[in-house]
Design a protein around this ligand. Structure first.
Ligand code: SAM
Length: 391
């Protein structure tokens, strides 16, 4: 099949399909694209083992009627089933949601005014369909305000969803979430923390940390000791890191607002770190569900160079023998293997074998030195993990 046909059928940019076709045979490209449209079948949670065991949390969830299970191969992961797909109708009254908001609604979240693009003729109390900007129906629900208010207001519940295409358990309303016993984190992202496996007395810097998934996991694996400096450029997102660290009871996390591309100069107390976590902005080609995808070749290139800036600074922050955990939620060669090779060539890094290996091996000769998670094979988001040692 022609790549153009695949791109049109799946509503992915031709540039994205070409990125995948560089690496995978066409039949795999098609199955990856199909998987990316759906959420994973299992919804993973990380258990805060400083407060509870996975078995205790699973027991609490089961008492609430949720079919939770312990993931036996990791010490701190549990999962819940994702239900669906359910049929949803296109009703006469329609609320158009922004892409990200529509993708959350598709999985059962309610729609807030901040996520509404258009809601003409909708009145409070109307039964409505929520659609994405391309008209794909994500859910049915009840309008909680007039359409005009949805568009002009920045806050408030716009649509209370009753039927969505998929239903992911909403754990954030649960007591165990509020008490800091769990953190909702994707499976490969939990794996990444175990690959780094930071020691209790380490200084760990997370250069792109918000909302704090990997930083708080590192802090947890360090038993609440040592120091995790969680940096993010966005002040609002740094507040999220603080909120999460507080909720999880992790006093070894210090959140800072900074542009990490200049961290070695701006914050010289951080030089000599034992480990750096780098999970930079990426083309997010592995995010699920991704109902359509618009990034073009020049954006892939711009992101690759942006990521390289962080890699150079990571090398300056680390002590000799220090570890860099590099991860992305994308599948492109340039942002993953090529960036690793670039770091090896230009910044004095050496790839290290990973102790937990559940994904598949990488490309460009890196094979089992890096790990890929492929949505159609592993029932996970598309994800990439490398562990590099500063030499
Ligand atoms: N590692 C996080 C986790 O596990 O929860 C997710 C990180 S997210 C993929 C990338 C983050 O990088 C965003 O929060 C974004 O604000 C931040 N970011 C982008 N450019 C940055 C920069 N120049 N300096 C610091 N943070 C940056």
């Amino acid at each position: 099949m022609m790549l153009e046909t695949l791109a049109a059928r799946h509503e992915f940019s031709l540039a994205a399909v070409k990125q995948l076709a560089k690496l995978y045979p066409i039949i795999r490209v098609e199955s990856i694209l199909t998987s990316l449209k759906m959420p994973t079948r299992r919804y993973f949670l990380r258990v805060n083992t400083l407060k509870a065991t996975p078995t205790e949390v699973v027991k609490e969830l089961r008492e609430l009627g949720l079919d939770a299970q312990v993931y036996e191969m990791l010490p701190d992961a549990i999962f819940l089933p994702v239900k669906g797909p359910f049929p949803v109708k296109r009703l006469n009254k329609v609320v158009v949601a922004k892409k990200d908001a529509a993708e959350s609604v598709y999985q059962g979240a309610n729609l807030y005014a901040s996520g509404v693009l258009d809601a003409r003729k909708v009145k409070e109390g109307d039964k409505v369909s929520v659609v994405n900007p391309r008209g794909c129906v994500a859910a049915e629900g009840v309008a909680m305000m007039d359409g005009d208010d949805m568009v002009t207001r920045k806050r408030g519940l716009a649509v209370l969803v009753d039927t969505s295409v998929y239903k992911v358990p909403s754990v954030r309303e649960l007591d165990i979430y509020k008490k800091g016993l769990i953190y909702d984190q994707s499976f490969p992202s939990i794996i990444a923390g175990h690959i780094l496996s930071p020691k209790p007395d380490w200084l760990v810097i997370d250069m792109c940390a918000a909302p704090g998934g990997k930083a708080t996991h590192a802090a947890q694996l360090m038993g609440g000791d040592g120091r995790v400096i969680a940096v993010d450029r966005s002040r609002g997102r740094v507040d999220k890191i603080k909120e999460n660290a507080m909720r999880l009871g992790l006093s070894n996390v210090e959140a800072r607002v900074a542009d990490s591309r200049y961290l070695d100069v701006l914050e010289d107390d951080l030089v000599g770190a034992d480990a750096v976590i780098l999970d930079p902005p990426c083309s997010a080609l592995g995010v699920r569900p991704n109902l359509y995808y618009e990034k073009e070749e020049r954006e892939f290139q711009a992101l690759t160079s942006y990521q390289r800036q962080f890699l150079g600074v990571a090398a300056k922050l680390l002590r000799r023998g220090g570890l860099l955990l590099y991860s992305t939620c994308t599948l492109t060669l340039e942002e993953n293997e090529h960036n690793v090779l670039y770091a090896v060539e230009h910044y004095g890094f050496r790839p290290k074998r990973q102790t937990v290996f559940i994904g598949t091996t990488g490309f460009a000769g890196l094979t089992s030195h890096v790990q890929r998670f492929e949505p159609d094979i592993h029932d996970t988001p598309g994800f990439f993990i490398a562990l590099l040692e500063k030499i």
